[in-house]
Ligand binder design. Structure first.
Ligand SMILES: *Cc1c(COP(=O)(O)O)cnc(C)c1O
Length: 398
């Protein structure tokens, strides 16, 4: 095997963590009552607003993305309230499921797994809601299962065009720090994210950004419990209230370092541009391979693809065989397909995902793609020539 050496986990989260982030976490337990941690946390709160381009509030939870989902839902709704959930993949289904399980009546609009939300259907559904029962529209910016990227501003425009008062809540767990996202400019009311994807920190922190309008609109929502309540966290009088108890001390040090890298060193527009270019180079390789084999990107239209993750199909179980080869023969772990085919069916092994979120550069992406091309050859999976040449051309053009 040629897998010895530093291995590369190229799945869509947890993402690659910079050594600087890990080193920032490597320290003795800090005092949680006074000193560095307290000052640093105030800057982290400011930087979290900056990374979302939000002038609103942010609440931090010791939780993963699933926890952030429930945090948002429990503050947004009272039992029996109605949500309109817009589905473009497995993660949209998951958020809707959590809402339903918590006691929300969830209506869904399903757009399949290959194209983004159609704003015209959203507008029509909201116009049809003459009783104005829908309190919140739930949207996933990038559904990590399908790699479809939705147009958040267009969904906001559809809500406004219908003259509907519904709030807009967006899951940016995959996209924050990868794909362009503008909380204020796009009229978002609530947004959720987590630490272990574009933010390059180990799993363990969930975040909820909240507009002033949403804070006011959700006052009295009766699904909320003391731990998940965003108000003490947002309007904390004491340090510990920001976390509902002991602070996630080491994660905060790591996050502080990661936000400095994103915001103050590389710069958010440059971070978005890097992800876009890397994603286009991945797409170029798959398109070339697809010229001579049963290989295709999941999302056919380039403008609908995410910069954070690419989902693709390699027929006759090729995806599953290729994943195995890349891991055991070359030290690269690719992501499994999620929610693309029913488990146990012959198609279940036809899908994979390549994560290119966070601390990822051209040599890592080109390396992963070259390994995949070697795997296609080694396994005798039919594919078009020139995948790596096409990917390199995208990188060369910048
Ligand atoms: C990863 C992800 C989640 C789930 O996050 P966990 O931290 O695994 O709980 C939810 N939504 C999207 C879009 C994601 O990418």
């Amino acid at each position: 095997s040629l897998a010895q050496g530093r291995s590369y986990l190229a799945i869509p989260g947890p993402s690659v963590m910079p050594d600087r982030v890990l080193n920032a976490m490597h320290r003795a337990a800090p005092n949680i009552y006074e000193g560095d941690l307290i000052e640093m946390t105030a800057q982290v709160m400011t930087d979290l607003r900056r990374v979302a381009l939000s002038s609103g509030h942010v609440a931090i939870y010791l939780a993963n993305g699933h926890g952030a989902w429930e945090a948002a839902i429990s503050n947004l709704f009272s039992r029996g309230d109605t949500a309109l959930s817009l589905i473009t993949g497995r993660f949209g289904v998951g958020w809707a499921h959590h809402a339903r399980a918590l006691g929300v009546t969830v209506e869904t609009l399903d757009f399949g797994i290959k194209a983004p939300v159609d704003p015209a259907r959203v507008e029509a559904a909201l116009r049809a809601d003459t009783a104005r029962k829908i309190k919140v529209v739930l949207l996933t910016h990038v559904d990590t299962a399908s790699s479809v990227r939705n147009d958040v501003a267009a969904v906001r425009a559809a809500i406004d065009a219908a003259g509907h008062p519904a709030l807009l809540a967006v899951d940016c767990i995959a996209s924050l720090g990868c794909d362009e996202f503008r909380f204020d400019d796009w009229g978002v009311d609530v947004m959720v994210a987590a630490s272990q994807k574009g933010l390059m920190v180990p799993p363990g922190l969930g975040f909820v950004w909240v507009s002033d309008k949403a804070v006011a609109a959700c006052k009295g929502a009766d699904l909320v419990t003391p731990y998940w309540d965003w108000r003490p966290r947002i309007f904390a009088q004491e340090y510990w209230q920001q976390f509902g108890g002991t602070a996630p001390t080491h994660h905060l040090f790591g996050l502080s370092e990661a936000l400095r890298m994103i915001l103050d060193e590389e710069g958010l527009p440059q971070v978005w541009a890097r992800h876009r270019t890397l994603s286009r180079s991945v797409a170029a390789a798959f398109e070339a391979w697809g010229q001579g084999g049963d290989i295709a990107l999941n999302v056919p239209v380039a403008a609908h693809r995410s910069g954070a993750v690419t989902a693709a199909r390699i027929g006759q179980g090729g995806a599953e065989r290729l994943r195995g080869w890349c891991e055991t023969e070359a030290g690269v772990t690719l992501g499994i397909g999620l929610g693309m085919a029913a488990p146990g069916t012959p198609e279940a092994g036809d899908f994979l995902r390549l994560g290119h979120m966070g601390h990822v550069n051209a040599h890592m992406v080109l390396g992963a793609l070259a390994v995949m091309e070697a795997g296609l050859q080694a396994l005798g999976i039919a594919h078009g020539r020139g995948g790596i040449q096409s990917a390199a051309a995208v990188i060369a053009a910048g």
